[in-house]
Design a protein around this ligand. Structure first.
Ligand code: NAD
Ligand code: UDP
Length: 318
């Protein structure tokens, strides 16, 4: 039977709202669950009148009972600024929230996909990072609530699979950007674009030589969908765009594409900031037939247009 009832936790967030769009368009009945910590109703407002879409305000730390065929577990703040705002809550969301979703998956026999992260590799000593690398994570630092929270979530997924036969998928998502990131999200792409559009200084943390690999949202959503709907892939799968950039290169590209008058300034590097990050996507290529298609320059253009609209809305008429 095709999966028709699909639960998306964190569905009002950046990635979750795009996933809801994709699933509704494919004909599924979607329940979007969110506590609106970093997500917003605005991201799914266009879906509210659709009879196949339901919005549920709920905190994943509390159990929830409903019927579903598939669960995409995305609920968790993803920006360091927001996941460090209440680190204990971040751990609870990753641990108790994931237990609640795995318990639900077990009860209703749903397939569950966990949104994991490249952060499970920490400050990686292997480059690029493949799924077999165990990572280099500080267990007691300011990023640990997220990194270790996601690592425990992966552990829980594997243990519910081994112990209870739950049908699981684990996506290790690398830095993804695009429209519907919040203006105050705090991650690098949104910060740089908002700063550039406001002609404010562009804040590079450290000397800007650290690297990240940026994936456009439409590519990532396609990868999540393929992973969920491919048989026999229980272990983690990297999803990201292998094109790697220094943070200074990103700043310069954003200045060029926005035509901004902003200066580039430096600020202290946050604790435990990873030096380099690039996904090895061989597994996703071979097993999912998936490869990202949107280069950074092409993905930044619609993202910049989105932030222009958001900033104009916030400024109000006149
Ligand atoms: P986001 O902050 O925009 O979305 C997270 C959503 O989860 C928000 O709507 C938020 O309100 C909701 N949420 C948080 N805590 C919750 C709770 N306790 N109960 C219910 N809802 C809760 O972030 P995003 O970029 O869309 O990330 C989505 C998922 O993907 C996260 O799990 C994140 O860790 C993972 N991820 C994202 C990236 C990326 O680059 N975007 C990279 C790696 C992993
Ligand atoms: N960063 C930056 N300026 C900002 C925000 C972030 O230089 O205004 C840097 C940050 O220190 C990190 C990189 O950009 O090296 C990516 O940061 P982000 O918070 O987007 O994601 P993560 O560190 O979780 O990959």
């Amino acid at each position: 039977m095709p999966a028709n009832r699909i639960l998306v936790t964190g569905g009002a967030g950046f990635l979750g709202s795009h996933l809801c769009d994709c699933l509704v368009a494919a004909g599924a009945e979607v329940i979007c669950l969110d506590n609106f910590f970093t997500g917003s109703k605005r991201n799914v407002a266009h879906l509210l009148g659709n009879p196949r879409f339901e919005l549920l305000r709920h905190d994943l730390v509390q159990p929830v009972m409903l019927e579903t065929d598939q669960i995409y577990n995305l609920a968790c703040p993803a920006s360091p600024v927001h996941y460090q705002f209440n680190p204990v809550k971040t751990v609870k969301t990753n641990v108790m929230g994931t237990i609640n979703m795995l318990g639900l998956a077990k009860r209703v026999r749903a397939r569950i996909l966990q949104a994991s992260t490249s952060e499970v590799y920490g400050d990686p000593k292997q480059h690029p990072q493949s799924e077999s690398y165990w990572g280099h994570v500080n267990p007691i630092g300011v990023r640990s609530c997220y990194d270790e929270g996601k690592r425990v979530a992966e552990t829980l997924m594997m243990d519910y699979h081994r112990q209870n036969g739950v049908d699981i998928r684990i996506a290790r998502i690398f830095n993804t950007y695009g429209p519907r990131m919040a203006v105050n999200d705090g991650r690098v792409v949104s910060n740089f674009i908002v700063q550039a559009l406001c002609n404010q200084p562009i804040t590079i943390y450290g000397d800007g030589s650290q690297t990240r690999s940026f994936c456009y949202v439409s590519d990532l959503i396609e990868g999540l969908w393929r992973l969920m709907n491919t048989e026999g892939l229980t272990g983690p799968v990297n999803l990201g765009n292998p094109a790697e950039f220094t943070i200074r290169e990103l700043a310069e590209l954003v200045v060029e594409l926005t035509g901004s008058r902003s200066r580039i300034v430096t600020r202290p590097l946050p604790q435990d900031d990873p030096v380099q990050r690039q996904p090895d996507i061989t597994l996703a290529r071979e097993k999912l037939g998936w490869t990202p298609s949107v280069p950074l320059r092409d993905g930044l253009a619609p993202t910049i247009e989105y932030f222009k609209r958001r900033l104009a809305e916030e400024a109000g008429p006149g």
